[in-house]
Design a binder for this molecule. Structure first.
Ligand SMILES: *Cc1c(COP(=O)(O)O)cnc(C)c1O
Length: 472
């Protein structure tokens, strides 16, 4: 197309003001407001301009497009007004899937968030005295209840909340060890996804990292030899997302606690996963919990709210009251604090623990689902979707805890395996992602695998409808 022709087409494009005065766009402006409609119209006109410049549209089509501007404008408005953050169905079987928002919350938790967020609340207000209160009072009382008598007998334990466990580690190190040394085993200098690396957080906290031992073996004597007058802390970091096996050695936490006590320094443990109960009942062994840690004599323990605890994203610091008070006075605490929504979610989640109603916590319930139960649902679903073109069978497999917890613990499960005559596994999985709500599945060995452990039972029908729709 010659540039003269293009100029002629450009000239035919109406101005925004002009287009907005046409009846259909006036209607849209009334419904969606002038600014929204104007933005959408600008986007549509810009697309036409691009098409003209690229020579991709000629006179006749442009005339048609300009006569029907309202359609694309309305579509653009709808696209812009749609939420980007949306619910999805997690059929991966990864219970704490960091990319899918880790722990889903219980209905009761949502109600408590709603109830306190939709109006004013006593977040920082003491109803008895009528004076200013502390926001962490709401959850500290429940943590006190959960932390057994046995631990409290010889010391007062309190808990504070920050934005996530990375923030908890930063705050604890900065409060307790800035300008001093922190001793860590070389086998525990971990990276937990994204940019959380122990040496980096240590540097940001202003504490000096003192590495001891080797990758596979660190003895109590290694810690002991490294202690000097600048030492403030011994730090134990939970190897959340990996394991070291073979020729290995690591002193038990209780031995580290005894050493710290003897030498007048503190022992801190970054637990990460932060289970509040013994998970052996759900078939997960070797995952230390917060109470074990405190019972072994750890002064300060840090853990996530949205991993094995099953609550909202948060970082929790539990430990000796005096040390926690030091952290509360640190101005970093103010910068890292959480909002009322998190307090409400955490309070409601903790209440389920106090009531021993562990099944009310969705991730704990998912962990406890039996192979049989999942198998029955899988068989029913597989039968509904199978067709001449779509082979659907139920096979044995594993669910994963995820979220950097219990890396070697898997839960036996029953998977739905799909293979299609015409669509590849990747195409099927992409189709599922395009469904409403999107369904996220695993692809392995040319098959799409669906694990119903992480699918809520009331979503089974949605999954089956979606599969039938995309394979029809
Ligand atoms: C997960 C984890 C973290 C980071 O916790 P977030 O809540 O994701 O910030 C830190 N340390 C350990 C040991 C962890 O497992």
């Amino acid at each position: 197309m010659k540039s003269a022709e293009k100029s002629e087409l450009f000239r035919r494009l109406p101005s925004v003001d002009e287009a907005l005065r046409t009846p259909r766009l006036l209607e849209l402006s009334e419904v969606h407001g002038i600014p929204t409609t104007t933005d959408a119209l600008r986007a549509v006109l810009a697309r036409l301009r691009e098409e003209i410049a690229a020579g991709a549209i000629e006179g006749q089509s442009l005339r048609l497009a300009l006569a029907n501007l309202a359609g694309p404008v309305e579509e653009e408005i709808r696209r812009q007004m749609k939420y980007s953050l949306r619910p999805v169905i997690n059929a991966t079987g990864v219970i704490l899937h960091t990319n899918l928002g880790r722990a889903p919350l219980a209905e009761a938790v949502i109600e408590h968030i709603r109830g306190t967020a939709i109006t004013y609340s006593n977040l920082e207000f003491d109803l008895e005295s009528g004076e200013r209160g502390k926001r962490d009072a709401h959850v500290d009382r429940l943590f006190r209840q959960l932390i057994s008598e046995e631990i409290r007998r010889d010391r007062e334990i309190s808990t504070i909340v920050v934005n996530n466990n990375a923030a908890a580690v930063l705050l604890a190190l900065n409060s307790l060890a800035e300008g001093g040394e922190v001793i860590v085993s070389r086998g525990e200098l971990v990276e937990i996804g994204g940019s959380f690396r122990i040496p980096d957080v240590m540097a940001k906290s202003g504490a000096l990292l003192r590495e001891v031992g080797t990758t596979n073996r660190t003895r109590i004597a290694d810690y002991e030899d490294a202690i000097n007058e600048r030492t403030r802390l011994l730090l134990r970091v939970h190897r959340s997302n990996f394991e070291i096996t073979g020729f290995t050695e690591q002193p038990p936490v209780s031995e580290l606690a005894a050493l710290a006590k003897r030498r007048g320094i503190l022992l801190m443990e970054d637990l990460g996963s932060g289970a509040l109960i013994n998970l052996r009942s759900v078939g997960i062994s070797g995952e230390p919990n917060v109470l074990d840690s405190l019972r072994s004599g750890v002064a300060i323990v840090t853990y996530s709210g949205d991993k094995l605890l099953g609550g909202p994203q948060a970082g929790l610091i539990s430990g000796d009251q005096k040390l926690i008070a030091t952290m509360r006075r640190n101005s970093l605490f103010r910068a890292l604090r959480v909002d009322k929504l998190t307090y409400a979610a955490l309070e409601s989640t903790l209440l389920a623990y106090v009531k021993r109603d562990h099944d009310a916590i969705p991730i704990l319930h998912m962990m406890r689902l039996s192979n049989d139960e999942i198998g029955k649902r899988a068989e029913a679903l597989a039968q509904q979707v199978g067709s001449e073109d779509l082979k659907s069978e139920v096979v044995d497999g594993d669910s994963v805890i995820g979220g950097g917890a219990a890396p070697s613990s898997v839960l036996r499960t029953r998977l739905i395996a799909l293979t299609h005559k015409r669509f590849s596994a990747d195409e099927l999985a992409a189709g599922l992602r395009k469904s409403e709500p999107p369904i996220i599945a695993r692809v392995e060995d040319g098959r799409v695998l669906l694990d119903l452990r992480t699918v809520f039972p009331n979503q089974d029908a949605i999954v089956s409808d979606a599969i039938r729709q995309i394979t029809a």
